[in-house]
Design a binder for this molecule. Structure first.
Ligand SMILES: [Zn+2]
Ligand SMILES: [Zn+2]
Length: 708
């Protein structure tokens, strides 16, 4: 034990309970048996005093070796916990989601211990598990900051602690004992005080009975942490981890409180799982749309315009136009009518819609015009479409009315959360509103969901599921029965279509429940894509009506739906899904033609002309440069096809085809056959990359066709 730090060196005062040694309290020797129920429904009889680990061992040594915690009667507990007679016991293994949480959580404690060793006098706050990892927040003495270089030495100290194989021993304390134990740790004391006041904290909860209590875990004479557990039995069970980065964070997320230093880490059940995760991160970084957007000259965020406001360059603009053209064509075919509405409006519109009550935080502040009249940038298009509906009398014969618009909206996102094209302050939605009768609702939802799925498939996203978002507590308008009814309709439609549906409790917008289609991308990440939202409230707020067959007035139901979501975000997701190598139909240039030398220029121009006449987006790179650098340059743009034409091609009317993703050019391909295949590929929304089991694809900077 190094014993360097001066902070927590106190062994806990007399613990109130010792779950590990309760057998002692019952008197020895133990003669009885306990019966436990296993997840498969079978039962086992074991000696009285049996722990969760004993249960695992009785099932098999491999299970015991993989065990990190257990679930006893529904509660997650340490393996050292004694199991009561008649309880049900499930063993949590390291390679399960729950097991990984236990590993990550335990590793976070080791991180805290290492930091307290290296920075005597440091204060530690909270260390929760997050997706794929964990973090821990600290306040360093003298307001010091961690540097990225510190991560290396913290890791070394963590590995020492793991080698020491320190046990995680649980104690329970009264509030007073807890406060005394963490006398020099104000953050821990604040958590304990909150528990006393009845709060359910990240790292500590009040004991279930017998008044407020907190639990701690003792690792060594110099380190105890406040925690609800469970943990691995000892630090020796850990080790497949990496510290990722440091960041600033406010205590309790409150910018008026102390600024803390956060360390992010990841931890896994094996070296292999850790390596796979780090590889996925590298892959995600390689595909980062912000990086690709700059490399491929697609879009940028000029400082002069402001955070979260993108400009699309010509190459990105072409992709975007193709997406929009596709969308317009499909919407036209699906019976939508196109409308256009302005970007700003008087405040009254958003007062009526309720946005100023429920969404004001997400809106840009108002501007004052015309002697004090307030105008807002629109965060949503819906109220405008409602006004179009309302512009004259409507009959049931007109319904459903489907209004479509590429509507640009502006939302105030905190500068900290603005992220590339996925979280922006200005975006364009492929927005539509369907006004229909109650009888038409289910049919419209079916058609819309089918529309969504066929669009996602056309863009190459084939793996999806549906999330059903329900009533947000305290932030919803309208009667609960209407919400329930609307939610039920959405659920039914998703089920009838055989879609995997997961609940998102309380995730609906303030005016109604929604279905969002989530797609898994090429590297297994899920993205929320399209949303279909039901709304009984806005029609009521705006008082819109139609005349029914019975000649009396009725209120239409409104469906809000955006298939791309926002064009910007969909663009970003596509770019990452394809790692910039877009399908041929979406590529800004589909073909680049390179004459080997000046002598072949005329023929190259003819090839260009003929492809252009077929509607292909084609570029000619004559240049004075040799062929190799021109090929390399074209490859960097991820163009689907590079055609190299030399003397033989001029003579035979052929082209040398360098297909993206392949390093083996096809020489002397007759022009007509290349053109025919290309047109088919574009029509099929295909890509040049062909599965080539023998060779695999080997991208890289091999210049491909090396004639020169
Ligand atoms: Zn813990
Ligand atoms: Zn809407």
């Amino acid at each position: 034990m190094t014993g360097v730090d001066g902070e927590i060196r106190r062994r806990p005062t007399e613990p109130m309970h010792h779950p590990q040694i309760t057998t002692d309290q019952k008197g020895i020797p133990m003669a009885g048996v306990v019966t436990v129920r296993l997840p498969d429904g079978s039962t086992k009889e074991l000696a009285d005093g049996t722990t969760a680990l004993d249960v695992a061992e009785s099932i098999g040594p491999r299970l015991a070796k993989a065990a990190v915690a257990a679930i006893v009667d529904g509660a997650e507990v340490d393996l050292s916990t004694e199991v009561p007679d008649g309880s049900s016991v499930a063993v949590v293994t390291a390679d399960s989601d729950q097991g990984r949480s236990v590993i990550r959580h335990s590793t976070a404690h080791v991180l805290a211990q290492a930091v307290l060793r290296l920075w005597p006098g440091a204060r530690f706050a909270i260390g929760p598990v997050i997706e794929d990892g964990f973090y821990y927040d600290f306040e360093l003495p003298g307001g010091a900051h961690f540097s990225d270089d510190d991560l290396g030495r913290i890791e070394v100290a963590m590995r020492e602690i793991m080698e020491e194989n320190q046990p995680f021993i649980r104690y329970e304390h009264s509030i007073e004992e807890g406060l005394a134990l963490f006398e020099d740790q104000p953050f821990k004391r604040e958590i304990i005080e909150a528990v006393e006041a009845g709060a359910n904290e990240v790292d500590a909860t009040a004991a279930e009975n017998g008044g407020p209590e907190v639990s701690t875990y003792w690792n060594s004479p110099t380190f105890t942490d406040l925690c609800r557990g469970p943990h691995v039995p000892s630090t020796g069970r850990l080790g497949h981890f990496a510290l990722m980065r440091v960041a600033g964070a406010y205590w309790r997320g409150d910018e008026k409180r102390q600024q803390l230093q956060r360390i992010y880490g990841t931890a896994w059940e094996s070296e292999k799982a850790l390596a796979a995760h780090l590889e996925r991160l590298k892959e995600a970084e390689r595909r980062d749309h912000r990086k690709l957007g700059a490399e491929l000259d697609l879009f940028s965020f000029p400082e002069e315009i402001g955070s979260g406001l993108a400009v699309f360059h010509p190459r990105g603009g072409t992709i975007r136009r193709l997406m929009e053209d596709y969308s317009r064509k499909q919407h036209e075919a699906a019976g939508y009518e196109f409308v256009y509405t302005p970007h700003i409006t008087k405040a009254e519109l958003f007062e009526t819609s309720g946005h100023l009550d429920f969404f004001a935080d997400g809106m840009f502040p108002p501007m004052e015009l015309d002697g004090g009249q307030q105008y807002y940038l629109k965060p949503m298009n819906c109220p405008f479409h409602i006004l179009i509906f309302k512009s004259r009398q409507r009959s049931y014969r007109e319904l459903p009315i489907r209004m479509f618009e590429f509507g640009s909206v502006y939302r105030y996102e905190m500068s900290g959360v603005v992220h590339g094209l996925t979280r922006v302050r200005g975006m364009t939605q492929d927005d539509a509103h369907i006004f229909c009768t109650p009888e038409q609702l289910e049919g419209e939802l079916h058609t819309t969901l089918n529309f969504v799925l066929s669009m996602l498939r056309d863009f190459g996203l084939n793996d999806f599921f549906v999330e059903l978002s329900t009533r947000p507590e305290g932030k919803a308008v309208g009667a609960e029965e209407q919400w329930d009814e609307a939610t039920e309709v959405l659920r039914r439609v998703a089920e009838q279509m055989g879609l995997e549906t997961v609940p998102d409790e309380g995730g609906g917008a303030f005016y109604g429940p929604k279905i969002s289609v989530q797609a898994r991308d090429a590297i297994g990440r899920t993205h929320q894509m399209s949303t279909i939202q039901l709304d009984y409230q806005e029609p009521q707020r705006f008082g819109i009506e139609y005349t029914g067959a019975d000649n009396s007035r009725h209120r239409p139901i409104m469906i809000h739906r955006a298939l791309f979501g926002s064009v910007e975000r969909f663009f970003a997701i596509l770019l990452e899904h394809y790692a910039g190598a877009l399908p041929t139909w979406l590529s800004p240039e589909q073909v680049v033609v390179l004459p080997v030398t000046d002598a072949h220029q005329e023929y190259a121009e003819e090839v260009e002309r003929r492809l252009h006449a077929l509607g292909v987006r084609v570029e000619l790179d004559t240049g004075d440069e040799p062929l190799k650098p021109r090929i390399r340059r074209a490859k960097l743009t991820k163009v689907p096809y590079i055609l190299v034409v030399g003397a033989d091609d001029v003579a035979a009317g052929t082209v040398g085809v360098n297909r993206r993703g392949s390093n083996r050019p096809d020489r002397a391909v007759p022009f007509e056959s290349f053109a025919e295949d290309l047109i088919t590929e574009i029509a099929d929304r295909g890509s040049p990359e062909t599965p080539d089991p023998g060779l695999g694809d080997a991208p890289g900077d091999d210049p491909g066709d090396d004639r020169a």
